[in-house]
Design a binder for this molecule. Structure first.
Ligand SMILES: *Cc1c(COP(=O)(O)O)cnc(C)c1O
Length: 366
């Protein structure tokens, strides 16, 4: 081989670290030869998919020789109706990560920069660097976004700002007053992405609904997903809501069939299954309360979270603790790559799964 194909790649791409997904259950079973594994690593819905979503998938199976609806007409209409926006404001993605990438590709270049917080969601650096743009990373405050510092960090080159509310992995959140005060300071030429992947779980009165901010801020793009509270992570479907011009631009670079037929049908069904959503949110509240009280009992500090996950400080490097938990058959997520070397992120599971985790943690920490 005469060429170094790493060297030939775009500079930004060469510098990328691949996203580390949670270890699949089957892989750990093979590696350790154990069964009955509990996975609390990827903020998935522990209920399993909505039966209505499963029925919708089954119904569409005979149609799979056809291409899906490239415009996603029915799903976009259903989303628009539920949110009270126009369908031409909705852009569908192969997961909301796909939409985050579309935004980066549409609005960033090698000569501009994105801006986001320390400890923010790992996909923001990936989509930025993949197109060779620069990033401005603003130190966090109490593990959360420091919006005042972020506003002060805006430069001539800033084109896109990513804000996760609540943030993954920290679970921290911003009030409507804070978000509005920030948006008031951002020049309109800068796209602000409000990533609301966990919004369905949040019940705090001061928590904003990004959709209601769209009328006041034409540069705002709100992203949401069916992967978390709607329980369809494996199908890959998410979306953004924005002003129609931004949606038009994203639509121009979107792969025409980026959301498959099963995903479109399941998402329409899941959107209407309010019972499923409510059950998941209640289970999450119970699980969160349980984990918080157990962390207190064990004398462990944790970052208060409004998502379906929580970061706990294990008081020592978390890598070995994670490894020991794997040997107990419990998969959680070390967050060293987020500059949080002593924390583990635990996704809230069923009560039985949460208890399994606490038993394993107590054993591992001695
Ligand atoms: C999980 C997550 C997403 C969405 O992922 P998709 O499965 O691609 O929709 C987006 N943002 C944050 C902060 C997340 O944690």
């Amino acid at each position: 081989m005469a060429c170094d194909f790493i060297e030939l790649a775009n500079k930004g791409v060469q510098g990328l670290q691949p996203y580390q997904p949670g270890k699949p259950v089957e892989e750990l079973e093979r590696e350790l030869g154990i069964s009955n594994i509990v996975k609390l690593a990827s903020n998935e819905n522990p209920l399993g998919p909505s039966p209505k979503a499963l029925a919708a998938i089954e119904k569409v199976l005979p149609e799979l020789t056809r291409y899906p609806d490239g415009a996603g007409f029915r799903l976009r209409s259903a989303i628009a109706e539920q949110l009270g926006v126009a369908a031409n404001q909705v852009t569908l993605g192969n997961g909301s990560n796909d939409v985050l990438e579309l935004i980066a590709r549409a609005y960033l270049t090698g000569h501009s920069a994105s801006l986001y917080s320390q400890h923010a969601f790992a996909v923001y650096p990936i989509v930025t660097q993949a197109i060779g743009a620069q990033h401005i990373v603003v130190p966090a405050k109490n593990w959360g976004h420091d919006l005042e510092a972020m506003a002060a960090a805006i430069t001539e080159k800033t084109r896109v700002i990513f804000i996760a509310n609540p943030n993954n992995p920290t679970g921290t959140w911003l009030t409507e007053t804070e978000v509005r005060a920030f948006l008031d300071q951002v020049p309109e030429r800068i796209i602000v992405v409000l990533d609301e992947a966990y919004t369905e779980y949040v019940s705090e009165a001061e928590f904003p609904n990004g959709i209601t901010l769209l009328n006041d801020y034409p540069n705002l793009v709100v992203t949401r997903t069916f992967s978390k509270a709607y329980g369809l992570a494996g199908l890959r479907v998410g979306y953004s809501v924005s002003n129609p011009q931004v949606a038009d631009i994203l639509n121009r670079i979107r792969q025409p069939f980026n959301v498959n037929m099963m995903a479109q049908e399941a998402a329409i069904a899941a959107l209407a299954d309010t019972d499923y959503l409510r059950k998941g949110v209640e289970l999450n509240q119970q699980g969160m309360a349980y984990l918080e009280s157990e962390f207190k009992r064990l004398g462990l500090s944790y970052i208060p979270s409004v998502g379906n996950f929580v970061c706990v400080d294990v008081g020592r490097p978390a890598g070995p603790v994670d490894q020991a938990l794997l040997h107990e058959g419990v998969i959680v997520r070390p967050v060293g790559a987020y500059q949080m070397p002593n924390h583990l992120r635990i996704s809230i599971g069923t009560m039985a799964e949460n208890q399994r985790f606490i038993e394993a943690l107590e054993k591992v920490l001695g």
